[in-house]
Design a protein. Structure first.
Length: 198
């Protein structure tokens, strides 16, 4: 899609999504580099954003098996390691946040006997960052460098408002256990200000 069509799409959409799915290591590597450095800045603590700007709260998480739980990893991954990287690129400005993991062991089944995709022993990595961005349409690229997974979409940020962007993991399906975190990530459901983008 050329740059003209991309901006025409952005200007007409409150929420939109163009491509979503598995990325490539080359694409993720290129998107981890900054073409710009003035699109957003991270807020510290209770900093009040400047009037006329937009706040964007980014929430994402993933659960993986503990280090050494699987005997073979066919590619370099961050499963079970102390830190896990999340990549965000907005309009050409990129940031890779390395998030510390926390071990957890939660029930594999809920009270109704349904399998919990994140049940069992593992390590959870939770990203929560708040940034200041100009209001209006923005092009967002979200990636997991350790999984060769990425997705792209457009959102329009409201001025003088806390906009919330959430990524909910969908795990791959195994032969016996259905969707389960030890099978690895398949995709993310994306929610913006309470509405599902995809």
């Amino acid at each position: 899609m050329n740059i003209f069509l991309k901006f025409a799409f952005l200007s007409g959409a409150l929420l939109g999504i163009l491509t979503i799915g598995c990325g490539t290591s080359k694409e993720i590597k290129s998107r981890s580099l900054c073409d710009k450095n003035n699109v957003f800045c991270e807020t510290m603590g209770a900093d009040k954003p400047p009037q006329g700007s937009a706040e964007l709260l980014i929430k994402a998480h993933i659960k993986t098996h503990l280090e050494g739980a699987l005997h073979v990893e066919f590619t370099k991954s961050f499963h079970g390691e102390p830190e896990y990287p999340f990549l965000l690129n907005i309009d050409g400005q990129a940031e890779t946040w390395k998030v510390a993991g926390q071990k957890e062991n939660i029930p594999e089944y809920d009270k109704k006997g349904r399998r919990n995709p994140e049940g069992g022993k593992g390590i959870r990595y939770i990203l929560e960052k708040k940034i200041i961005v100009a209001p209006g349409p923005h092009w967002i690229f979200f990636g997991l460098p350790g999984e060769n997974y990425s997705q792209e979409f457009a959102v329009t940020l409201k001025e003088d408002h806390l906009n919330v962007l959430e990524f909910h993991p969908v795990y791959s399906t195994g032969r016996m256990h259905g969707q389960y975190f030890e099978n690895g990530i398949r995709s993310y459901k994306v929610f913006f200000n309470g509405g599902q983008v995809r």
